[in-house]
Design a protein around this ligand. Structure first.
Ligand code: GLV
Ligand code: MG
Length: 307
């Protein structure tokens, strides 16, 4: 089935254990909400969190936001029950399931088959619920190409920096911050690796959380780095980070306007009227098929952002 490309500049984490925060999330201007059953929820609170999440999805009125539930990872005893309870309880009101700490394509295939079973049992459209795969350790990164291509349900490949940094023994406790002892950007390889795998399979690439929730400037700095590479959005943990994410992952107005001009010029020079005028020019700028493609990317992001 055709999967719609969703806008995901800001992906808001909401702990499934907090009825109050689940309620509040409905009114916040994030492109996506993900209701968390994993690390934001203590082990003993998980059964109740599943019920809260099902109720919150069924209450509806998420105002067009993409609705995602993050289940527990496949090394725990909770994953199957998370998927079955949430999809049986609210499958028709759910857009994607997020699987954390994915280590191989088989993890994604397990989720794909399990979703198919529950969809069939309930008479839901098979394949509609998408998958978001979090890359959070060395195995996940090494296998990221196969993970991104493991199922047509996969919509996003997500960098999980906190777990990732812990799993490879990175010497920093501050997610996203540059490390003074290292004369470069320690995240560059990881982000590019994820981006290449995502793009090879036509998926979105999403950056993970920035934990210093009061430091919006710090959030912006880190977000700008992945946005510059081509990432589609970033997690937000606090309402204060949402506007910054929506802004950073939308094109700058000047770039958007310029992209639309390039597309107009290209259209004119390849039309009946302009087709014999020679090289495609916009002022002093020469435009070819490749620059048209670059403009298409910026224009599509801008239009999706309502520019
Ligand atoms: C997110 O899950 C992270 O570990 O950073
Ligand atoms: Mg994590």
């Amino acid at each position: 089935m055709e999967r719609a490309a969703r806008i995901r500049r800001s992906c808001l984490a909401v702990p499934g254990s907090s009825v109050k925060m689940l309620e509040k999330a409905r009114g916040l201007p994030a492109d996506q909400v993900f209701l968390d059953l994993e690390d934001a929820v203590a082990p003993l609170a998980k059964p109740d969190a599943r019920k809260n999440v099902v109720a919150a999805l069924n209450e509806g009125d998420w105002g067009g936001r993409t609705r995602v539930v993050r289940v527990n990872d496949l090394t725990t005893p909770w994953t199957y029950r998370d998927v079955v309870e949430v999809v049986e309880g609210a499958g028709a009101s759910l857009d994607c399931v997020m699987l954390p700490k994915v280590q191989s394509a088989s993890h994604v295939q397990w989720l794909d088959l399990t979703l198919t079973q529950v969809e069939k049992a309930l008479g839901l459209e098979v394949g509609r619920i998408g998958i978001e795969a979090q890359i959070e350790n060395a195995a996940g990164l090494v296998n990221v190409d196969a993970i991104a291509g493991a199922s047509p349900r996969v919509e996003t490949v997500i960098f999980g920096p906190a777990d990732f940094m812990a799993s490879v023994n990175m010497r920093s406790l501050v997610v996203g911050a540059l490390i003074p002892e290292y004369p470069g950007d320690p995240y560059h390889y990881i982000l590019m690796r994820i981006l290449m795998a995502a793009r090879m399979h036509d998926k979105q690439a999403i950056d993970g959380p920035f934990l210093q929730i009061r430091d919006v400037d710090g959030f912006r700095e880190v977000a700008k780095r992945s946005a510059a590479l081509g990432f589609d959005g970033k997690w937000v943990l606090h309402p204060g980070q949402i506007d910054a994410a929506n802004e950073v992952y939308s094109p700058a107005q000047a770039d958007y306007d310029h992209a639309e001009l390039i597309l107009d010029a290209y259209e004119f020079y390849t039309s009946e009227a302009g087709g014999r005028l020679g090289a495609v020019m916009l002022g002093d700028e020469m435009i070819d098929e490749a620059s048209r493609k670059m403009a298409l990317v910026i224009a599509a992001k801008g239009r999706a952002a309502g520019m």
